[in-house]
Write a protein of this length. Structure first.
Length: 199
């Protein structure tokens, strides 16, 4: 996992990989604050003969990297996912060769990918090594769903918030503690009566 500095400027979060201040002048890179909290800074920007005080804030953003087995496809996601789940459906079992899959969803704008990706029924694979990576975003999608086993860091420390298709869960697999339990998809009411915040 990496961290990048983003600048909260005029209500928008913008990257500043080259150390460019909002005034357009180069500044020295600054180390993250020991507390991990966002820092506030002020720069003075000259516009003609007027001096304008510009307030911005440095926001540290977590970046997770991942990819396929042969490394022909690489991706990165910024920030935390909006939902993490574990699925026991027949399709996930067949596509992974395992008893379940663990996935997470991030906003489209937080996702970047390089390399060629093959697709089958909305499922993205590396065409070289066959690794199942994510669901390729389609027009109008707000989220991208990523298979968490393809992240570089293990353990990835993203516990599922929900388990779906638990009617197909193997009897020797215990439920995830604290996760809502769903007989099939999350569209229906969970077994424990709780609802999820993201559909």
């Amino acid at each position: 996992m990496d961290h990048v500095n983003l600048f909260l400027y005029d209500g928008a979060i913008v990257p500043d990989p080259q150390g460019i201040s909002p005034a357009g002048k180069t500044t020295r890179p600054r180390e993250p604050s020991p507390s991990g909290r966002a820092r506030r800074s002020t720069r003075v920007m000259r516009r003609g003969s007027n001096l304008t005080s510009v307030r911005f804030r440095i926001v540290e953003t977590l970046v997770r990297n991942g990819g396929c087995l042969c490394e022909a496809v690489r991706y990165r996601v910024r920030g935390e996912p909006v939902h993490v789940g574990r699925c026991h459906c027949a399709d996930c079992r067949k596509e992974s060769g395992s008893a379940f899959t663990v996935y997470a969803q991030w906003p489209i704008e937080a996702f970047e990918v390089t390399g060629d990706v093959a697709a089958y029924h909305g499922r993205g694979f590396c065409p070289r090594c066959g690794a199942r990576l994510f669901n390729p975003p389609e027009p109008g999608d707000r989220l991208v769903e990523i298979r968490l086993g393809t992240l570089d860091d293990a353990p990835f420390d993203l516990p599922p918030q929900a388990e779906i298709w638990v009617k197909r869960r193997e009897t020797w697999i215990p439920p995830v503690e604290g996760a809502s339990q769903h007989v099939e998809n999350r569209h229906g009411a969970p077994l424990d009566g709780r609802t999820d915040s993201v559909d």
